[in-house]
Design a protein around this ligand. Structure first.
Ligand code: ZN
Length: 74
């Protein structure tokens, strides 16, 4: 076993598996790494990085951000 198995990472925003080829990017905030699976999740993360870093529920943050975006587009 020469190869180290890659630890499974999940997208910090949507919770999808974001390991290897399925990881789109990884952002660092307050010294922590946050795997992200797609440009949309990066966008969401960058709107509230402090909240994700604090360990708030990603689903709660995402739902609130989506509501805010809806209001802005009206
Ligand atoms: Zn994602």
């Amino acid at each position: 076993m020469a190869d180290q198995p890659e630890a499974t990472e999940t997208c910090a925003v949507c919770g999808n598996v974001a390991t290897g080829g399925r990881r789109f990017s990884r952002l660092y905030h307050q010294g922590k790494a946050f795997p992200l699976c797609c440009p949309m999740c990066i966008d969401v993360f960058q709107r509230a990085p402090d909240r994700f870093a604090r360990g708030e529920h990603p689903q709660t943050i995402t739902a609130e951000l989506i509501e805010q975006l809806k209001w802005q587009s009206d």
